[in-house]
Design a protein. Structure first.
Length: 254
């Protein structure tokens, strides 16, 4: 009875916290019953049921029999968020070019606390081998793209010092058996907004300048596109490397 009163008289922020808690339970298996949601959230059954019914009316959730799934309105809002995302808009053409030139899986991800959140994935024929998706969350320490972001957000340790020094992170079968990744941050130390990674079967990956240079150039192009006014600063504070057998200079963040 007390829980009923708390729910009815709760402040808007407390109510939103409960809605967020409820929606977070859908980050995994697609279909959940009321009993599963109550067990995962700890919410009173009656409160959870009323909230679920209201979210179904708003089209944030969809109900089919006893099962609840994410609704069309959340899909619409998620698509709109991507469409309005300047980083995604600027990055996508460069990510597509990297995917076309290598045939490997390309990711764009940003750091959120101790995790990374994937903002884009271009999979192609190897996409099914890499268990990632747009919007998915993973511990940053378990992936090359996460390590690149941690290193350029002042994470300490010998491994992160080496990544900062070289401007690139490598990962061989740490996250997924048989899969390797190369990742480069977008933006210099202290201003990194995201990172780009290239992933594929370790037997088809070259963990050197051949693929690493392409990832570097993609990350640099995205950063220039985000804010052209920053380009002169980047050029002054970066080291310039000549790619073997090429007349192109690859700029890497210090």
């Amino acid at each position: 009875m007390t829980m009923q009163v708390d729910f009815d008289q709760s402040a808007p922020t407390a109510f939103l916290d409960r809605v967020s808690l409820l929606l977070d339970t859908f980050d995994g298996p697609g279909r959940l019953t009321l009993a599963q949601i109550v067990r995962r959230t700890g919410l009173p059954r009656s409160s959870a049921h009323r909230m679920l019914d209201h979210l179904v009316q708003l089209r944030w959730l969809h109900r089919e029999g006893r099962d609840y799934t994410l609704g069309l309105r959340l899909m619409e809002l998620g698509s709109l968020a991507i469409h309005q995302d300047q980083l995604h808009t600027v990055a996508l053409p460069h990510l597509m070019q990297l995917h076309r030139s290598t045939g490997l899986v390309v990711h764009l991800a940003a750091l959120d606390g101790d995790d990374i959140v994937y903002r884009e994935k271009l999979g192609g024929r190897f996409g099914g081998l890499v268990p990632t998706r747009v919007g998915a969350r993973r511990p940053a320490t378990h992936t090359a793209i996460g390590k690149a972001l941690l290193a350029f957000n002042s994470q300490q340790g010998a491994e992160y010092d080496a990544i900062r020094e070289e401007g690139i992170a490598y990962e061989r079968e740490e996250a997924v058996c048989g899969i390797g990744c190369i990742a480069v941050p977008v933006g210099p130390l202290g201003s990194t907004v995201a990172a780009v990674s290239l992933c594929g079967p370790v037997g088809q990956m070259s963990f050197d300048h051949r693929l690493g240079g392409q990832v570097r150039m993609t990350a640099a192009a995205i950063w220039r596109g985000l804010d052209k006014h920053v380009a002169p600063v980047l050029q002054r504070s970066s080291s310039v490397r000549m790619m073997p057998n090429s007349h192109e200079h690859v700029r890497t963040s210090a």
